[in-house]
Design a protein around this ligand. Structure first.
Ligand code: CP
Length: 305
């Protein structure tokens, strides 16, 4: 593959190969000396039109640990603010001969459009409510490292499914690897026709958590909510917030995940987020390794001249 634009379009063997490579990078990243020359001489541009803590910083560290020259484009102080379009920005950056551009944008499909205008590899770091492929890869690797497998596990993805690119990428990836994916949300936060993805749907949190091996919580994406329905925090936490009491419905060895950023006291209680069943900090560590594996895989397909 020339780009990584989504999990859609990858086959199981592509996914497993990336997870295997990323797994090796976790041990590499725990060494005192964590610098390789796999991407020496290559230039990586991170172009984030939406805020990010985890994704942008882990892509930057991933590129640097592989020896690439990494440039973080500051969109807030760029000529985008003077009205330059996404396409003109892409064409301008492309003229500087980068080897890879990592892009986050608020519009679904914007990253695909950009990929058609540049000569380098493009990685989707999140496009609107569409896809966030490296998040799904890091989630899958975190599950595999803790449970030893993905096939056959019941994964409950809970909360704002409607606006979540993380949910969409995870549904595709986890289903491809044989997990039973269950979406748990109020009707107002479920996309119409989501059952066509072959998932179970549950509108009650306690029922939805029954027998779950993995409980993946999502943030309410208020910045994408435009309609009349914006839930009150207190009501939402009461019915759909994950606390110890609701978590007790899941399997005793269930593990809790969250892609971040978390809103404590809204979709997740602090005691659960920081509790013994939480993998949230491990997800962040896995994220650097997964992004290294993705950058290396794309670099193998770059021209040498
Ligand atoms: N999970 C995730 O994408 O986090 P950031 O928005 O901080 O990158």
């Amino acid at each position: 593959h020339r780009h990584l634009l989504g999990i859609e379009g990858l086959v199981e063997s592509d996914i497993v190969a990336l997870l295997d490579e990323a797994d090796a990078h976790i041990a590499f990243n725990r060494q005192v000396e964590k610098k390789s020359s796999a991407l020496r001489g290559r230039t990586q541009i991170n172009l984030f039109f939406e805020p990010s803590t985890r994704t942008q910083s882990s892509f930057e560290l991933a590129g640097k640990r592989l020896g690439a020259d990494v440039m973080n484009m500051s969109v807030a102080s760029s000529s985008v603010k003077k009205g330059e379009t996404l396409i003109d920005t892409a064409i301008t950056l492309n003229a500087m001969r980068p080897d890879v551009i990592v892009v986050r944008h608020s519009q679904a499909g914007a990253v695909h459009l950009l990929a058609r205008k540049v000569d380098c590899a493009v990685v989707n770091a999140g496009d609107g409510a569409h896809e966030h492929p490296t998040q799904a890869l890091l989630d899958a690797l975190t599950i595999r490292r803790n449970k030893g497998r993905i096939a056959g596990l019941v994964v409950a993805i809970c909360g704002d499914i409607l606006h979540s690119r993380v949910a969409r990428s995870n549904i595709i990836l986890l289903s491809a690897l044989g997990a039973r994916v269950r979406l748990v949300a109020p009707s107002t936060l479920l996309p119409a026709g989501i059952e066509r993805f072959g998932v179970e749907v549950c509108r009650d949190m306690r029922q939805g958590l029954k027998d779950a091996d993995i409980v993946m919580m999502l943030r309410l994406q208020r910045e994408r909510m435009t309609g009349a329905f914006i839930p009150s925090t207190r009501e939402y936490f009461h019915y759909f917030g994950l606390d110890a009491d609701k978590l007790a419905e899941a399997r005793p060895d269930a593990l809790v995940m969250h892609p971040g950023p978390m809103n404590r006291g809204v979709e997740i209680d602090t005691a659960v987020a920081d509790g013994a069943q939480s993998l949230i900090r491990e997800q962040v560590e896995t994220g650097v390794a997964v992004r290294m594996a993705v950058l290396e895989a794309l670099a193998r397909n770059l021209p040498n001249t």
